[in-house]
Structures are given as C-alpha cells and as structure tokens.
Design a protein around this ligand. Structure first.
Ligand code: NDP
Length: 331
C-alpha cells in the first residue's frame, strides 16, 4: 500500500511511519501547513514528496490511502477531501469536533466503498485483548462495574495545543476519554447510554480541562467509572472489571503494550499471561489488510464515532452538571 501522511505530527514520526514500514507499506508523501516544515519532516523521515497542498498529495500516482494525524479540528475537512479523491483513510482520534461531522465522514467513506479506520491503538494491545477474552468467555460472570484509571502526567513535549487550544480540540476529554470509551466498548460490546461528570483545570490546562471524572451507565446495567488527567505524575494506570463470578485487575495497561493482569475469585488470584506486542504495527497491519479487502480494521469509523460521542457527552455533563444522554448521531 502507498500512503500519504496528512499532518507532520509527532505520532506519525514516532509511531506510525515505523508501523507502516514494518508492514511493508510505503510512505510516499507528507502534507503539512508549512512548506519548510513539510520539507524538514520529509527529509528526516525519508519521505520522497513534501507539500502544503492536500490536492497535490491526493493526486500522486499510485496513492492508495492517507493517514490523518493533524490537530483535531482539521480531521474532518482533510478526511472529506481524501474520500472525495477515492482514498482509504486511517484517521486519528477524535475523528472530529462534533458528531455530525464524524458521521458525515464515516458515511461518505462507506458510500464510496472505502475503508475508514480510527487509530484507537489500545484495543490492538494483547493486554486489552486478553482482558476482553476473559470478559467475553464469562470468566467473571455478569459484569457489574468497571473502573478505568487513566490519570497520567502529560509529557513536556506534548504540552502544546493539548493544554491551551480548545479550538484545536485540546483538553483531556478529547485526548484520553475517547481512548477509554473505545476500550470499554471493546471489552463489553455495548455503548454507554448516559453519563455524569465533573472536570477541572488543575494547573496545566489553560482554558481547557486537564482532569475529569465521570460515571457512565451501560445498557446491561453495568456502571463504568472513568478518571482521566494530564496532571497526575504518580498515579499509574489500570482497569478493574468486577463481575458476579470474579474480578479482573489490570495495572499499567493504559499507556503501553505491557502491564500486569490478574483474575481474582475470592482470595484466589491468578496471573493472566499475554504477549506484550507493540500496538501501532497491528493497527497499521489490519488497516492495510482491510484496504486489500481482507477483514476489518482494528477500530472502524463507527467505533470512532461512538468513542467521540461518549467524550462529547462527558464534556457536556461536566459543563452543565446534568446527567447527559450520549448522542451517537445517525447510527
Ligand atoms: P503534534 O502536535 O505532534 O502535531 C499536530 C500538528 O501540529 C501537526 O500536524 C503539525 O501541523 C503541527 N506541528 C507539529 N509539530 C510542529 C512544529 N514543530 N512546528 C510547527 N507545527 C508543528 O500532534 P500529535 O502527534 O501529538 O497528535 C496528532 C494527532 O494524533 C491528534 O489528533 C491526536 O489526538 C492524535 N494522537 C493519537 C495517538 C494515538 O495513540 N492514537 C497518540 C498521540 C496523538 P501540520 O498539519 O501543519 O503539519
């Protein structure tokens, strides 16, 4: 597959270019808002074409697909342009700034017969797949509740638009709640119905929230409690899923492929084995296979709509102080 990068971003450079190349895909171009930045990025990453024009990138001979990793407010227009040009799309989360746009882009790709994938990396992890397997095989019985601990300290090099630019989709809700929503949906195979939430700005966020806690109701009756933050240097991350027959306790699983998973039944605690493979190469591999007509990407466009819907409901609930129904747009 021949790919074009839309956005000369950190995630593209550090994670996705190696992931595409590891799977035999060719990165043939990069588009950025500035020509000198595009040139510099292309030279550093050994990419043959650099441009500020999306149309020029989309017109390159042999281009099959694009990977969009610009700031969040640009995803919609860029995805629509790529789809109009007949290119498959792997788009970063959050797909868009509102549900109507997210639905439009995913639907446009579906109508055009193109693959549209969302780069929710966590569900590619063997750790999260092992947790899902335990839940789906009924190892903990009926799920009663789930707690996500995803309060981290935002690394200094990422303290740009994420902490001060609401217009670019900054703030912890659009950054991390979307991932947690995707992961919870992946485990439980159901979508939150409504949420309550409180958000705060505890020192890092300037005009955007940097911490949020929320509770989500699931159709099955299970309760989900989620905590996301940019300001917690020492908290560690984790997941707990509590069922009628047992509990899954997972530590350090939200920021990488490793961590520890335990299955607990009463006083009996059993470690759960998994292979800590890297997550981004699997996302790139399944997207490439889907483009070749083999299977589905790890997270589809519909998954991207749903995770955004939950995040937007959390933002609205935090803003209004009201219990807020999750609006998934047109399903
Ligand atoms: P970056 O801040 O690295 O890049 C975003 C945009 O900022 C780039 O597209 C580029 O604009 C501009 N930019 C970056 N560096 C510079 C610079 N030195 N000078 C001028 N402009 C610059 O963003 P991230 O890589 O952190 O995130 C990009 C997207 O990926 C977001 O949507 C984010 O939510 C998502 N993401 C997803 C992750 C995942 O695990 N799925 C992890 C991290 C991010 P231009 O478009 O003009 O080149």
């Amino acid at each position: 597959m021949k790919l074009g990068l839309i956005g000369a971003s950190n995630i593209a450079e550090v994670r996705m270019i190696p992931a595409f190349r590891e799977n035999g895909h060719e990165v043939i171009a990069v588009q950025s808002g500035g020509q000198s930045r595009a040139d510099e990025f292309a030279a550093k990453n050994d990419i043959p074409n650099a441009t500020t024009s999306i149309d020029e990138l989309l017109a390159l001979p042999g281009l099959d697909a694009v990977y969009i990793s610009s700031t969040n407010e640009k995803h919609f227009d860029q995805a629509m342009a790529a789809i109009k040009a007949g290119k498959h799309v792997l788009c970063e989360k959050p797909l868009a700034m509102n549900i109507a746009d997210a639905v439009r882009m995913v639907k446009a790709a579906e109508d055009a017969g193109l693959v549209f994938a969302t780069n929710h990396h966590l569900r590619n992890g063997a750790n999260h797949r092992a947790i899902r397997d335990l839940v789906q095989k009924g190892e903990i019985g009926q799920v009663l509740s789930l707690r996500v601990f995803h309060a981290v300290h935002l690394p200094e090099q990422l303290q740009g638009w994420r902490i001060d630019n609401a217009g670019a989709g900054g703030g912890v809700i659009l950054d991390i709640v979307v991932h947690d929503a995707d992961t919870v949906r992946f485990y439980l195979d159901e979508d939150p119905v409504d949420v309550v939430a409180q958000a705060t700005s505890g020192g890092l966020g300037q005009g955007v929230e940097d911490s949020v806690m929320s509770v989500w109701s699931m159709p099955s009756g299970a309760q989900v409690m989620a905590h996301e933050s940019f300001t917690h240097a020492h908290a560690g991350t984790g997941i707990e899923i509590h069922g009628t027959e047992g509990s899954i306790i997972a530590r350090e699983v939200m920021q990488g492929p490793g961590g520890e998973i335990m299955l607990r039944r009463g006083k009996e605690v059993t470690p759960v084995a998994f292979d800590p493979e890297e997550v981004y190469p699997r996302s790139a591999r399944l997207f490439g296979a889907a483009v070749e007509g083999k299977g589905q990407p790890a997270a589809t466009g519909r998954d991207g709509i749903a995770s955004l819907a939950v995040a937007l409901a959390v933002a609205e609930a935090a803003r209004t102080g009201q219990r807020t129904a999750v609006d998934y747009g047109e399903k």
